[in-house]
Write a protein that binds this ligand. Structure first.
Ligand code: NAD
Length: 476
């Protein structure tokens, strides 16, 4: 985990905190009055989300670009707008199935014709603490399943994306009654107070350090939490897969948002004899596909200057320690005005360096050589369980060996990060990369109370459990 993570300057959150308390009380009262929205009502909410995202498409693109200094608008459109719309449409279609009570087995010898079923109930008032890197996908995306499950929701955007936060607040206020969904904006004091409320469920997406603080605050009120955290996602290239196709997937993923994505590749494990080939293929890929990447609108700016400084420090430290740094865009320099930074490889750094200890979350890719595939597996297992793990292998048995001997929130074979794009797959971490799931039915269930309900029938032996028990020898 990070040792010098940037923190935003303190702001006066007094009004925002009062607004949070007021909204929370109003939502609790509204939920108490109407604790079970019908399927049709929930589908209307999901339709409203889709319409809200589509009608604000241009403004969303502009707000994201403003907060990041530079951000590819097509990518904003695909992920932050259309990705969320697709998620809402999918949930609306699936909702009748998700909401249907699930019949469970009862032993007719004991319970006769009794019926047992899981009925999914809304949890109540749910909070969502959002990070800066996907300001709409990580606020409105989970809102889909929170509303599908019938909850009331308060969203808290990151202090690092003020333009997106203000737009989100306006969009939500224009679309939903404040006692159904509302947005509170502010700084770290608001964030802390947010984590102290008696939520019926709290979702936090962000770094594991703050995740721990959230879990502690939530535990004080026994609030159930979903933690969507981060960590170092590895890509393992098997001996048969150090080739242009694998490098395209790894570098392509790394260039998305200039590495500021939780399921980006953090480090690559490459067979020792393939290290030179990997570097040449990476250089060739960049020279062919993105020779002037940092000068283009496709290169996302680093979110703040402090985040940029942290990345520069990581690289400087590795250089000072004698690591080989391969600049994949050799003529490019960091552009401080737009906060764009070129992509570099760091070859085989020692374990005590920052690039090995911290989640990189930017345009630096560590490349570590390994001797056998089992050594690569051991390396992964020596660290924290990652959010995503990617294995490149033509031999399915090798891919399977890696998948069965490692653990991660999600994984891909022969590609990277696609596990986060499929709403039907569920999404989340394991260990320090998180706990709980959202996306699709997993999200619906996460934000629901799966209530077990028994309805008595006829011909059961339930009364045998009631005292007086009589003579046990006779009964058995
Ligand atoms: P961030 O700095 O925006 O913080 C996240 C949220 O935590 C913000 O809303 C912030 O206000 C709030 N916060 C900060 N301090 C707090 C405190 N003391 N109490 C309560 N809330 C507090 O974002 P970040 O943490 O830099 O985000 C990047 C991290 O998030 C990376 O580790 C990345 O891997 C992870 N991430 C995970 C996912 C996922 O789905 N698992 C998605 C995106 C990012």
């Amino acid at each position: 985990t990070a040792t010098h993570r940037p923190i935003a300057p303190a702001t006066d959150d007094t009004r925002a905190i009062a607004e949070l308390h007021d909204s929370f009380a109003r939502q609790q009262a509204a939920f108490a009055k109407d604790p079970y929205p019908t399927c049709a009502e929930r589908q209307d909410h999901l339709g409203a989300i889709a319409a809200m995202m589509l009608s604000n498409r241009e403004r969303i693109r502009r707000a994201v670009s403003q907060d990041f200094s530079v951000h590819p608008e097509l990518f904003t459109d695909l992920v932050e707008v259309l990705g969320v719309v697709g998620r809402a449409v999918y949930a609306a279609e699936q909702l009748p199935t998700w909401m249907a009570p699930e019949t469970r087995f009862t032993d007719p010898g004991l319970y006769g014709s009794a019926q047992a079923a899981i009925r999914y109930q809304p949890k109540g008032v749910v909070g969502n603490i959002v990070p800066w890197n996907f300001p709409f996908d990580l606020s409105v995306g989970p809102l889909v399943e929170m509303l599908a499950a019938g909850n009331r929701v308060i969203l808290k955007p990151s202090e690092f994306t003020p333009a997106c936060g203000e737009l989100l607040k306006e969009m939500i206020a224009a679309t939903f009654d404040a006692d159904r969904v509302t947005v509170v904006t502010g700084g770290v004091e608001l964030a802390r107070e947010f984590s102290r409320q008696r939520w019926d469920h709290l979702l936090y997406t962000g770094n594991p350090e703050v995740g721990r603080l959230i879990a502690v605050e939530a535990a004080k009120n026994l609030v159930p939490v979903t933690l969507e955290l981060g960590g170092k996602c590895p890509a393992i290239l098997a001996e048969d897969s150090v080739d242009a196709a694998s490098v395209e997937q790894v570098l392509g993923t790394k260039l998305i948002k200039n590495g500021q994505m939780c399921i980006s590749v953090d480090y690559c494990l490459v067979p020792r004899e393939g290290l030179g080939d990997f570097v040449r293929l990476a250089e060739a890929h960049m020279a062919e596909h993105a020779p002037k990447f940092t000068e283009t609108g496709d290169c996302t700016g680093i979110i703040t200057e402090r985040h940029l400084d942290r990345l520069i420090d990581l690289l400087d430290e590795a250089r000072a320690a004698g690591c080989t740094i391969v600049e994949l865009q050799p003529a490019a320099k960091v552009d401080r005005a737009s906060r764009r930074m070129p992509l570099s490889l760091v070859l085989d750094p020692a374990d005590d360096l920052g690039v090995m200890r911290e989640e990189i979350f930017g345009p630096i890719l560590v490349v570590k050589p390994y001797d056998t595939i089992d050594d690569a597996i051991t390396h992964v297992n020596a660290g924290e369980k990652p959010l995503g793990l990617y294995v490149f292998a033509k031999d399915a048995a090798v891919a399977d060996r890696v998948l069965t001997r490692t653990s991660s929130g999600g994984a891909c074979v022969n590609t990277c990060a696609v596990q986060g794009a499929l709403p039907a797959l569920g999404f989340g971490g394991v260990g320090t990369s998180g706990s709980g799931r959202h996306h699709g039915i997993e999200g619906f269930r996460e934000f629901s109370n799966p209530r077990g309900v028994v309805t008595r029938g006829e011909g059961d032996l339930i009364a045998a459990l009631y005292p007086p028990y009589g003579d046990i020898a006779q009964a058995v």
